[in-house]
Design a protein around this ligand. Structure first.
Ligand code: PMP
Length: 367
């Protein structure tokens, strides 16, 4: 593992001495199914709208700090007021700001791992303790009673729905119970929400639960991981805190106009999301076949744009996919609770066919 130099370990804040220099371990490949991006080409009409907006935005002026035009578009879509929305430089910035504003020494963040590793990382940056209610090691479903119990003693909760990397959706009833139990704020990270069943979102609970925060991103269903834009929905006083803590110009003018154009054309993404959902089911059915099961492969149902699979020698399979087929997937086999697991992003039909063909060779013929 890479680590900071001795000199840096002595100079950074003591609690940061263990952080590792960022190493994305990125290999350019023909097919990249490693980061849960939307790998489909952007609908032409949306791209044209974005290009037109980008071509005339003034670059000499600072951005609108709160992205108000975009905020209004998002608010109208979600049926809330501008005061219920805060835009950020990707979901990551909002997650970090959530911990920065509401966490800190002496406070506890409750999570339900295996989940998105950034939660624990951001908590560590701001010296927030972690309480973890681990998912069932076989089904990966959360222990509802234990979560509600732990929520009583936590100042912050982050739960993911659909969860990355296990793909399951949280029942609305559980979200409500966690909100009622937690004395602080409960964030439901719905980065993959657009890929889930229609009624899966916890959003309808916003009206009843003043401590609920919903996180969204344009990086997944809307195919714009590169522009860095996410947003939260919450009660106005929660949004005020998000607005107060943020770096005022973190959402630049290019991102604001591109996101606004994309959100105005959001209906165009509907067929792409439908195709990803149907490809997800096709991949799931193929990987659930008896021959894969006999070779020891397990696949879990997913409501996201990815599937979690477990197979003997997963790390080696991932390396061979990369080196022999130029297909990149995410290796989770080193992560606690995810021994021998890989996460496969659902790609285009051609990408998925290439992945299936390669897995047939690596998992079946060579098992
Ligand atoms: N939440 C989850 C569960 C994620 O998987 C991701 C990205 N991988 C994010 C939030 C953040 O996405 P972004 O910063 O691109 O908006």
């Amino acid at each position: 593992m890479a680590e900071l130099s001795e000199r840096m370990r002595a100079l950074v804040q003591p609690h940061l001495a263990g952080i590792e220099p960022y190493d994305p371990n990125f290999t350019p490949t023909r097919i990249n199914l490693s980061a849960n991006e939307n790998t489909y080409p952007m609908p032409h009409e949306v791209r044209a709208e974005i290009n037109a907006a980008l071509s005339c935005v003034p670059l000499n002026r600072y951005p609108d700090p709160m992205s108000n035009e975009l905020r209004d578009e998002l608010a109208a879509w979600h049926g809330v007021a501008r005061e219920n929305v805060c835009v950020g430089n990707g979901g990551d910035e909002l997650l970090y700001n959530f911990l920065l504003a509401f966490g800190g020494p002496g406070r506890t963040l409750l999570t339900c791992p295996p989940d998105f590793s950034e939660y624990a990382f951001f908590a560590s940056l701001v010296q927030t303790d972690l309480a973890r209610v681990w998912r069932d090691p076989e089904t990966f479903l959360p222990d509802a009673a234990a979560l509600v119990d732990a929520a009583r003693a936590s100042q912050l909760v982050i739960l993911t729905s659909p969860n990355n990397p296990t793909g399951d959706v949280l029942p609305a009833d559980l979200v409500r119970q966690v909100c009622e139990a937690c004395p602080g704020l409960v964030m439901i990270d719905e980065a993959y929400g657009e890929f889930a069943e229609k009624d899966a979102s916890a959003e309808p609970l916003l009206a009843d639960c003043p401590n609920l925060v919903i996180l969204h991103t344009l990086s997944k269903a809307f195919g714009e991981a590169g522009i860095r834009c996410g947003y939260v929905l919450a009660a106005p006083d929660v949004i005020d805190a998000f607005g107060a803590i943020r770096q005022i110009y973190s959402v630049n003018v290019l991102t604001q106009v591109a996101a606004l154009a994309a959100m105005r054309s959001r209906a165009a993404f509907g067929p792409v999301v439908e195709l990803i959902r149907s490809e997800r089911e096709r991949l799931f059915r193929r990987l659930s076949r008896r021959e894969f099961a006999q070779a020891g492969l397990v696949v879990w149902p997913s409501q996201g744009n990815f599937l979690l699979v477990r197979m003997p020698g997963a790390s080696r399979v991932r390396e061979r996919l990369r080196d022999e087929y130029s297909i990149l997937v995410r290796d989770f086999s080193y992560a606690p609770g995810l021994a021998d697991c890989l996460r496969l992003t659902v790609g285009t039909p051609m990408e998925n066919d290439a992945l299936l063909a390669a897995l047939r060779v690596l998992v079946l013929s060579e098992a």
